[in-house]
Ligand binder design. Structure first.
Ligand SMILES: [Zn+2]
Length: 86
């Protein structure tokens, strides 16, 4: 009989897990949609705070900077240029 109980417990856990997965999935989907909307406007977003990155020129390199100062993003060419010159 206790075996039966365990199986029920497992099943409940599965249901709870599935709900959590569904919730996480919903959150991801909303976030992705939000990002897509912004990207449609031609803007890249900060991967940390999801604010639109601000294009800037630093030492002759085009970079995208987080408006909150969380970081600066370079494209690969700019990054390699930086590596080879510093
Ligand atoms: Zn940011």
């Amino acid at each position: 009989m206790s075996d039966e109980k365990d199986r029920l417990g497992d099943k409940l856990r599965d249901v709870e897990k599935a709900r959590e997965d569904q919730w996480a999935f919903e959150q991801d989907r909303k976030l992705i949609e939000k990002m897509r909307e912004r990207v449609k406007g031609g803007q890249s977003l900060c991967p940390r705070c999801h604010e639109a990155l601000v294009p800037r020129v630093e030492h002759g390199l085009k970079v995208l900077a987080c408006p909150k100062g969380e970081g600066v993003w370079l494209d690969e060419a700019a990054f390699k240029h930086l590596l080879s010159h510093h």
